[in-house]
Design a protein around this ligand. Structure first.
Ligand SMILES: [Zn+2]
Ligand SMILES: [Zn+2]
Length: 320
C-alpha cells in the first residue's frame, strides 16, 4: 500500500513539474519570480475587500433571519461566539479561509498544484460552445444558467456520496450542529474537484464571470439558510420546488436509511427525477457515525482526509 501511495505522489509531482516547468525556470533567473508565481497560481492576489464585506453582509442577513425564527439562545451566532464545540471550530476555520480567499491556496498545497494544472488543461482543451450567446433574452439565459448550474451541483454532490469521494465529502457531513457557516465546511480536495467541474461547465456555457458572482451570492444566502437549525419544510413549495432546510437536515442525518437523499442544493426537481427525494418526520440527528473527523482539530482532519481519500482511491482501483 505504501509503495502505491509513493508511486501516486511521485506521478503527481512529475506531472506538476512538467506542467509548471516553464514558470519554474523563471524562478531561477529571477528570485522575485517565486513570489509572483506563488501569487499567480494560488490566486491569493484575488483577495477582495468588497467580496469580504458582501460575504459578511449575507451571513449577517441569514443570522438575523435565524434569530428572528428561533431566538438568540438557540441561534448559530450564539454558538459561534461562546462555548464553541469542535464541530464549530471546524466550521469557523473553513469560513475564515473562504471569506479571506485562502481556501484556494490550501487546495493548491494539498494537491501539489495538480488541480490548477488540470483546471488550466480543461480551459485550454474544452471547446468554448458559448451556449448563452446563441440565446438573445437575458432572462432566459439567467434561468437556464441557474438551472444548469444547479443540476451540475446535483451531479457533483451525487458523486461526492460515492467512494472514494465520500472520504472527502464526509468532512462536510461530520458537523454535529448547524451553524449557518457550516455551508462553507469542506475538505480542501473536495473544493479542488468542484473547481474543475465548474470551469468545465462554465466554459461550455460561455457565461460572463459577473453572472456567476451574482449567482454565487444568491445561492450562498440560501446555502446559509439550509445550514441553519431551522425545521422549515416550506409546505408545498418545499415538496415540489425547493430543497427546504428540513430536507437538507435529512440529508445530514446520521441514520444510514437517509444516506444520499435530498442531494439538491436549491431545486429539488433533480431528487424527484432521480429518486433521491425523501421526506420524513423522524427525529434527525446530524453527523456521521464512526468517523475520525472532528476529533483532532481542523488541520489534522485535512491531513487524515487526504490520506483516507488516497487509500480509498487505490482500493477502488484494486476492486475494479
Ligand atoms: Zn452531502
Ligand atoms: Zn450541507
Amino acid at each position: 500500500m505504501k509503495k502505491k501511495i509513493i508511486l501516486l505522489l511521485s506521478l503527481i509531482v512529475i506531472l506538476v513539474v512538467i506542467y509548471y516547468q516553464e514558470k519554474f525556470s523563471l524562478i531561477f533567473s529571477n528570485p522575485k519570480g517565486f513570489i509572483d508565481l506563488f501569487l499567480n497560481i494560488s490566486r491569493i492576489a484575488s483577495f477582495s475587500l468588497y467580496a469580504l464585506a458582501l460575504n459578511m453582509g449575507i451571513f449577517l442577513l441569514a443570522a438575523i433571519v435565524e434569530i428572528m425564527s428561533i431566538g438568540w439562545t438557540k441561534s448559530s451566532l450564539k454558538r459561534i461566539l461562546s462555548n464553541r464545540s469542535k464541530s464549530t471550530y471546524g466550521d469557523l476555520w473553513c469560513w475564515a479561509l473562504s471569506i479571506f480567499n485562502l481556501y484556494d491556496l490550501f487546495v493548491l498545497l494539498f494537491s501539489f498544484g495538480l488541480f490548477y494544472a488540470t483546471t488550466s488543461l480543461v480551459m485550454h482543451s474544452v471547446y468554448e460552445v458559448h451556449l448563452v450567446n446563441k440565446i438573445g433574452s437575458p432572462i432566459v439565459v439567467f434561468m437556464l444558467v441557474f438551472a444548469i448550474s444547479d443540476f451540475k451541483h446535483y451531479i457533483w454532490h451525487y458523486f461526492m456520496h460515492k467512494r472514494p469521494f465520500w472520504e472527502l465529502h464526509k468532512y462536510h457531513h461530520s458537523a454535529t450542529e448547524f451553524n449557518l457557516i457550516t455551508t462553507t465546511r469542506g475538505h480542501f480536495l473536495e473544493k479542488g474537484f468542484l473547481t474543475i467541474i465548474d470551469v468545465f461547465v462554465f466554459l461550455l456555457l460561455g457565461v460572463p464571470p459577473e453572472y456567476f458572482i451574482f449567482l454565487a451570492f444568491g445561492r450562498e444566502f440560501y446555502a446559509f439558510i439550509l445550514h441553519a437549525d431551522l425545521n422549515w419544510s416550506l409546505g408545498w413549495f418545499g415538496k415540489y420546488i425547493l430543497i427546504s432546510p428540513k430536507a437538507h437536515k435529512i440529508h445530514h442525518s446520521n441514520d444510514e436509511n437517509h444516506f444520499g437523499k435530498n442531494l439538491g442544493t436549491f431545486f429539488n426537481w433533480w431528487d424527484h427525477l432521480f429518486g433521491t427525494y425523501m421526506d420524513t418526520d423522524e427525529e434527525i440527528k446530524i453527523g456521521v457515525k464512526n468517523t475520525t473527523y472532528n476529533k483532532n482539530g481542523f488541520w489534522m482532519d485535512m491531513v487524515h482526509g487526504t490520506k483516507d481519500f488516497i487509500s480509498a482511491t487505490l482500493k477502488v482501483r484494486n476492486t475494479n
